[in-house]
Design a protein around this ligand. Structure first.
Ligand code: SF4
Length: 427
């Protein structure tokens, strides 16, 4: 054991205030647009945060060697990516910390951190501090604090990021000059960290104006509106968003000529907050947390409405549905108290996509994820019964699944969609 590090009773290395100054914090990538904006905000708040955007096959090998192979595939990838980075020689292992999320729910995502610490020990790296990013008070580190101003900035950054993702997905397939969309995404992403500097709960006029300006900027991109197959992506959160997890699914669909719709991260965050309210109301759990969650939910819904109104300011774009609307869609499918994994949100997102005209859906399912197999794959038959036009394919992701096999199954789904489209055009 390294003596110069501060350990807690259970042998965890504490990330101290002094470490904040000198340590590089490695964080796995999940959503390209939103996470890059978050990184810039953390850097402005004094953290040396590095986003890991590596995607090579050694990451899976590292995960397989260090995590039990019946563990959820997202855990295997995230832990593999962090260990791969530590061993890459790019970072000083005595001045590096790792950041990982803990959801605080009943699912295994709360326990990835323990698997990571076990893997570090196996590799004689147990002196590397692991920081838990959570909103449930599960673990605390004196050198890493989610202060209220920082949380507020991140919340605003989230709606900028979700809006950028939504708009870019609706312009990229139609742009005449290749790269226009990506250039605009870059321009806005660079601006956001500064735009949200010092925003408060009540001082958000500038944000409202920015969101409308952003929509106007995207609507000015030169586009040729040809008929495209519209595809929605749902699933377990990491698989749905992470290019490393889903083998660049968005890019693949785009290369096949589809327009993609990916539900925003904000819905998942509101879903987590909503679950805490359910715990409080149904099971009489932590009253204070319940009350704080009610206030937080109200505020997040307000931010979401702000974003939806901005999209509605242009006739070109499909706005996302509000959280409450999405929740109402799932009645008759699963209980809105089903909250393991993505719980009721997963089938609700499929229903939202269908009602928005994205009847072709890829449902991403990671290995080891029982809850999402129930609310994802398990719901497809019932959804098809009520929506005969729904064309849903569930794709499994695991260390042994080949990309070619996944892509072939998606191509099959796309060819069904194309046939339907041709038929609809004839009729
Ligand atoms: S949602 Fe699935 S993948 Fe995520 S922690 Fe739960 S079981 Fe694992």
């Amino acid at each position: 054991m390294h003596d110069r590090f501060q350990y807690e009773k259970d042998q965890k290395v504490v990330f101290t205030k002094e470490m904040k100054e000198s340590y590089t914090i490695l964080c796995p990538m999940m959503l390209k647009i939103q996470f890059r904006i978050f990184r810039d905000i953390f850097i402005r708040h004094g953290y040396k945060l590095v986003l890991l955007e590596t995607e090579h096959s050694a990451i899976v090998d590292e995960g397989l060697q260090n995590v039990h192979n019946d563990t959820c595939y997202p855990a295997l990838l995230v832990i593999g990516q962090l260990l791969d980075a530590l061993k890459s020689g790019k970072y000083d292992i005595n001045k590096t910390a790792l950041l990982i999320t803990q959801t605080g729910g009943g699912c295994r995502a709360s326990n990835y951190i323990h698997l990571l610490r076990k893997a570090l020990k196996k590799n004689n790296l147990e002196h590397v501090p692991v920081i838990s990013l959570n909103a449930s008070g599960l673990e605390r580190n004196p050198g890493f604090k989610l202060s209220l101003p920082l949380i507020i900035e991140l919340a605003y950054a989230l709606i900028y990021g979700d809006l950028l993702m939504l708009l870019s997905n609706q312009t990229r397939p139609y742009e005449i000059n290749k790269g226009d969309t990506d250039r605009l995404v870059d321009r806005w992403s660079k601006k956001v960290s500064n735009e949200v500097r010092g925003v408060t709960l009540f001082k958000n006029k500038k944000v409202k104006k920015d969101l409308v300006n952003m929509v106007a900027d995207f609507s000015k991109i030169d586009m040729k509106r040809t008929e495209k197959i519209k595809v929605g992506i749902v699933g377990e959160i990491y698989m749905k968003y992470s290019p490393l997890g889903n083998n660049d699914l968005e890019d693949f669909l785009l290369s096949e000529g589809a327009e993609v719709f990916v539900p925003g991260l904000l819905d998942f965050i509101i879903y987590c907050v909503d679950n805490t309210i359910t715990d409080f109301k149904m099971y009489k759990m932590d009253r204070l947390k319940g009350l704080v969650s009610m206030v937080a939910k109200k505020y997040l819904l307000k931010l979401q409405n702000m974003m939806i109104s901005a999209v509605e300011s242009s006739p070109i774009f499909n706005p996302p549905a509000s959280f409450e609307k999405i929740k109402s869609l799932v009645k008759g499918y699963v209980s809105s108290r089903n909250k393991m994994g993505e719980g009721w949100l997963l089938p609700a997102e499929m229903l939202e996509l269908i009602s928005a005209g994205y009847e072709n859906i890829v449902c991403t399912q990671p290995f080891g994820c029982l809850p999402n197999h129930i609310v994802g794959k398990g719901m497809i038959r019932k959804i098809r019964e009520n929506h005969p036009n729904a064309n849903i394919v569930a794709i499994d992701y695991d260390p042994g699944a080949t990309r070619i096999n996944q892509e072939n199954r998606i191509k099959l789904m796309l060819s069904v969609a194309k046939t339907k489209q041709k038929f609809a055009n004839i009729v």
